[in-house]
Design a binder for this molecule. Structure first.
Ligand code: BES
Ligand code: MN
Ligand code: ZN
Length: 496
């Protein structure tokens, strides 16, 4: 596992080492089954320590007792669940993440015997713990000497039905690995993760039964992907398009759904170069592609009963003597011509060709593209919700529902003819920038010009994919945003 924790499921029982975690509501009482195996002593310890620590059992609060008298465990951690009336609304994922953050030893046992808690809830606690535990420290060579002693390596979730919890966790483990893979890709520096290397990492999905096809400059040029190649031409790094196929539906001939991701491994802006401040963040401009790869990993690892295509366009946007210029006119694979106004509006050029190809070659029943496409969407919505543009109310509603269920929220934005008009060009079929006004919407309208009569949704994830706000389940710069959303979209709607 990428997070390095081994998670096991077992029955409730006494614990003789490491951290012992119990859960209490705001009445501070333990579940009867926990009391039975751990003894009255635990209840007494809580009752005694709570007042002086001002612990009231509120949701996402904890009381930590080292060397608890009468227990062999090294530490007793009491985690609050809040009032019983709100129990049905418990966010088990956040609770798992919060709990993981309160652990201080190498091993921990969680006594999860909350009345009404399902196996799926237990698995969500495990998922939350895994996601919270992830940190990207590959390039930190000066690790603190005692860090290894306090790093959590083994977590045991004790429940009334360990087998059911373990079965549910097979699904959530697949999702956890998908999210962490996406985070890893976003966090990697751009000198390490350039298009060819990105393609290699996607190729590793073959181990899970995904078929992976990698197209290089020669194939891309034969296909006519000149818009995508125009972005790549200013870089010494070659472009790649990776097409991943997972055929898990019970009917192998079922029409696939398609996820398409923007993968700009580094976006300097090109000749329309960005200003220096914060430019290092543009290593994360492949967050859409990372999400698609992470989602394919999750779906394949949990053997989802769906046929799905994941396609990513991976390039580097750099300024050099061979770079494209403002004023250039390029012919996209669709045959439509594009006047380049601003070489920093490169993501749409990449998506236009990949979307066109996937639509024509695979005739998917729907397409969802994900892209860190515009700074404008960050201005409009901030960093906690992604912008959703769609030509299909049903698909938009399904994405919104999946967003609410997972906490990876999306907000539908309008697509009106005025936005489309804003990208008409004097010299070509369209221009690649509609200017500052409605920047996210005109970008979405651009992509729409490459979508025929097929349900399509575009997620502008510039605000959510990177430089993420800390949450109970994420402390990483690259959030791995969207993997849980798309996994949920598939699970709730498209599995046979
Ligand atoms: N990759 C950027 C968008 C972005 C900005 C992502 C900040 C994450 C954080 C994109 O390629 C871009 O540069 N967009 C321009 C478009 C403009 C030139 C029309 C923008 O948003 O300014
Ligand atoms: Mn750009
Ligand atoms: Zn970009």
């Amino acid at each position: 596992m990428a997070d390095g924790i081994t998670i096991a499921f077992g029955p409730l029982g006494p614990v003789d080492h490491g951290d012992l975690v119990v859960f209490v509501g705001d009445d501070l009482t333990l579940a009867p089954s926990v009391l039975e195996v751990l003894g009255r002593n635990v209840a007494d310890l809580i009752a005694r320590a709570a007042p002086s620590e001002r612990f009231k059992g509120k949701s996402l609060s904890a009381l930590s007792l080292p060397a608890p008298a009468g227990l062999k465990a090294d530490r007793l951690v009491v985690v609050g669940l809040g009032s019983e009336a709100d129990r049905a609304k418990t966010d088990w994922l956040a609770l798992g993440g919060f709990t993981a953050s309160k652990l201080s030893g190498r091993t921990a046992h969680l006594a999860l015997a909350v009345p009404g808690m399902t196996a799926a809830n237990v698995a969500d606690v495990a998922l939350g713990a895994r996601l919270r535990h992830y940190s990207f420290d590959r390039y930190k060579t000066k690790k603190k000497p005692d860090a290894e002693d306090t790093k959590l390596t083994a977590l045991t979730l004790m429940t009334s039905d360990p087998a059911a919890a373990a079965a549910a966790a097979r699904t959530t483990d697949a999702v956890a690995d998908g999210v962490m893979l996406a985070r890893e890709l976003v966090n990697e520096p751009p000198n390490v993760l350039y298009p060819e290397e990105f393609a290699r990492r996607a190729q590793a999905l073959t181990e899970l039964g995904v078929s992976v096809e990698v197209l290089g400059p020669k194939e891309l040029s034969e296909l006519g992907m000149r818009a995508l190649l125009a972005v790549a031409q200013g870089s010494t790094k070659e472009a790649r398009v990776v097409i991943m196929r997972w055929n898990g539906a019970s009917d192998p001939n079922e029409t696939p759904i398609a996820f398409i991701g923007k993968g700009v491994c580094f976006d300097s802006g090109g000749i329309s170069i960005k200003s220096a401040g914060g430019m290092e963040d543009m290593k994360g401009d492949m967050g859409g592609a990372a999400c698609v790869v992470g989602t394919m990993h999750a779906l394949a690892a949990r053997k989802a009963k769906v046929n799905v295509i994941g396609a990513i366009g991976i390039v580097e946007n750099m300024p050099d003597g061979n770079a494209q210029r403002p004023g250039d006119i390029v012919t996209s694979m669709s045959g439509q011509t594009i006047e380049i106004i601003n070489t920093d509006a490169e993501g749409r050029l990449v998506l236009a060709d990949v979307i066109w190809h996937i639509q024509g070659a695979y005739k998917p029943k729907l397409m969802v593209d994900l892209a860190t496409l515009t700074g404008a969407i960050i201005v409009a919505l901030g960093q906690d919700i992604a912008g959703l543009y769609s030509n299909d109310d049903e698909l938009a509603a399904k994405l919104s529902a999946a967003g609410e269920a997972t906490g990876e929220a999306v907000w539908r934005m309008p697509l009106i003819p005025a936005y489309d008009k804003a990208i008409d060009s004097k010299f070509a079929d369209m221009k690649n920038s509609g200017g500052r006004h409605g920047g996210a919407a005109t970008a979405a309208s651009f992509i729409k010009r490459y979508v025929n009569d097929v349900p399509w949704a575009h997620l502008d994830i510039a605000g959510v994919a990177m430089s993420s706000n800390a949450s109970e389940i994420n402390r990483s710069w690259g959030a791995g945003w969207g993997v849980r959303l798309l996994d949920r979209l598939v699970r709730d709607n498209y599995e046979s």
